[in-house]
Design a protein. Structure first.
Length: 159
């Protein structure tokens, strides 16, 4: 496993990558430094202050254990019947979504939360715009990228 702290200049580039993936600014100081860890080839955990992100397969998304990072993305709340499917890696289907924030255009990141306590159980990419998703009755709305108990969850435990 490799761990390193990036220089301020390289950290600024990493912050830009994360901001591009989130489609919003992070409001970090210019002197913020990124700490990185690579527990497996092709999987990098990037920590910026209190926020942790996963970079894998050409994508950047919030790590589920980082509440500060999850707070930066809109959320969708699923009913109890959908939880076991989501935790097995299934995409999030419209009938299972109880409520959703307006997530804007398709391709954005969304935190999927369970209904009872509001805990994040998954992070995914939207396949439709928020308006289209609210109007539809069935079909897939969110592609599951990271869920509790998956590969990234287990790799982070090794850090």
């Amino acid at each position: 496993m490799k761990k390193w702290v990036m220089s301020r200049r390289d950290s600024a580039g990493k912050v830009e990558e994360v901001e591009k993936a989130l489609r919003r600014p992070l409001d970090l100081s210019k002197s913020a430094q990124a700490e990185c860890a690579e527990p497996a080839p092709g999987v990098v955990f990037v920590t910026l202050g209190e926020m942790t992100f996963v970079q894998a397969d050409g994508r950047t998304f919030p790590y589920l254990g980082s509440q500060a990072a999850l707070a930066l993305v809109p959320s969708a709340t699923v009913d109890e019947g959908a939880i076991r499917f989501v935790l097995n890696g299934a995409d999030i289907m419209r009938p299972g979504i109880r409520k959703m924030d307006d997530w804007g255009e398709a391709g954005g990141l969304v935190a999927v939360r369970e209904e009872k306590k509001g805990r994040a159980i998954s992070v995914g990419t939207t396949t439709l715009s928020g308006k289209e998703a609210q109007e539809m009755k069935k079909g897939s709305c969110i592609k599951n990228l990271h869920h509790v108990g998956d590969r990234y969850w287990e790799l982070h435990k090794a850090l």
